[in-house]
Design a protein around this ligand. Structure first.
Ligand code: KG4
Ligand code: ZN
Length: 344
């Protein structure tokens, strides 16, 4: 049994987990910073770094005690190298290096996006079967890959501007709904009675696998300003009726999901791949999970969904991804540096 302690501090969650053999999650502790960032309508990098520094040691301790193990039981330390906020990444990397050095353990660098790609494989019931088409849809990324095996991911398309989660957060900010935007937009959208405001689904007819969400966000802002006379978030909270907010949320969410689902299914069909994996914070959305699963089933395809606590940022996916790198001896030295724009 190979136990790996994983750390993820790529954005605003301080997380540490212990996983066994790249599959079984023994603990997964996530210290959320939502309360620290919500008043700003988004993540404030300096605040995120300071909270990580404050929280990280107690989060590591709790991950070990929840897993009922000690550092002496671990075979390696894994850490997110990127992509993410540089100062935030450096906190996790510094702590991972200190543990690796003091215990003489191998240090395994992991790409955060690989964590999201493999997260749907981490349900106890999931049969790990490659290849699959992976849709990673988070606050920082919206990308389509063909996953051939652990460590073999072929990028087929990505957003050319904002990520889908980022668009949720920006639309929520314009409507004065707080941060993060995804969960609140999901809740309000579910309250609309089928009379949603219709917004165009960006790039849905483009013959590629890229996405764009910045124009959709602008379409919502223009609708607020020119159709409803709402010029600021303060205006929105003072003047908009709850039913109108729900109709806007539902229409925006539908436009995002239409294009995500359309391009994911098209890629799976053109590659003749029958399995689709969904990952990243937006994959916590019940409507997306249901619509993608239903549409896939109609075409004879199957969707693997991560458990909801593995959709958003977590270190369990990092500890599990690291197992396969450890097996191939893909290790880092103690000069490991953060790479905020690390590609995959
Ligand atoms: O993967 P994640 O935790 O962090 C990044 O790597 O970016 O994703 C966070 C993003 C945020 O933009 C948040 O609004 C979005 O995921 N999100 C959701 C939902 N829960 C979180 N978007 C739509 N519906 C949700 N239920
Ligand atoms: Zn993430």
């Amino acid at each position: 049994m190979t136990l790996i302690l994983g750390i993820d501090t790529s954005c605003d969650d301080t997380s540490c987990a212990v996983a066994s053999d790249g599959r079984e999650i023994l603990s997964n502790v996530v210290a959320s910073q939502i309360a620290d960032h919500s008043e700003f309508g988004g993540v404030v990098p300096e605040i995120a770094c300071r909270r990580h520094i404050e929280n990280i040691i107690s989060v590591v301790r709790r991950a070990l005690s929840d897993a009922d193990c000690t550092l002496g039981d671990c075979s390696a330390i894994a850490v997110t190298q990127g992509p993410g906020l540089v100062g935030a990444l450096l906190v996790g990397i510094g702590v991972a290096k200190a543990i690796a050095y003091s215990r003489g353990l191998p240090l395994v660098p992991v790409n955060h996006l690989e964590g999201h790609i493999i997260s749907p494989l981490l349900t106890p019931s999931a049969q790990c079967s490659f290849p699959f088409v992976s849709l990673v849809v988070s606050g920082g990324h919206t990308s389509l890959y063909v996953a051939r095996d652990f460590g073999q991911y072929e990028l087929r398309g990505r957003t050319v501007d904002d990520a889908a989660g980022e668009a949720f957060d920006k639309v929520a900010k314009a409507l004065s709904l707080g941060y993060p935007g995804g969960p609140v937009i999901e809740r309000l959208a579910s309250q609309s009675r089928g009379d949603c405001i219709s917004f165009p689904s960006p790039m849905i007819r483009h013959d590629n696998y890229d996405f764009s969400f910045s124009g959709l966000k602008t379409a919502v802002l223009n609708y607020l300003r020119f159709e409803l006379g709402i010029a600021s978030p303060q205006d929105a909270s003072a003047k908009l009726e709850a039913s109108m907010v729900s109709r806007i949320c539902a229409g925006f969410q539908q436009a995002v999901f239409d294009v995500l689902i359309h391009k994911t299914l098209r890629l799976a069909q053109s590659e003749d791949i029958s399995l689709i994996g969904l990952g990243g914070g937006v994959s916590a959305n019940a409507e997306l999970r249901k619509r993608l699963s239903d549409a896939a089933r109609e075409r004879g395809l199957h969707v693997l969904l991560p458990p909801k606590d593995l959709s958003t940022d977590n270190a369990a996916m990092i500890a599990c991804a690291a197992f396969h790198h450890l097996e191939k001896n893909e290790l880092a030295g103690l000069d490991l540096d953060a790479v905020p724009g690390l590609a995959l």
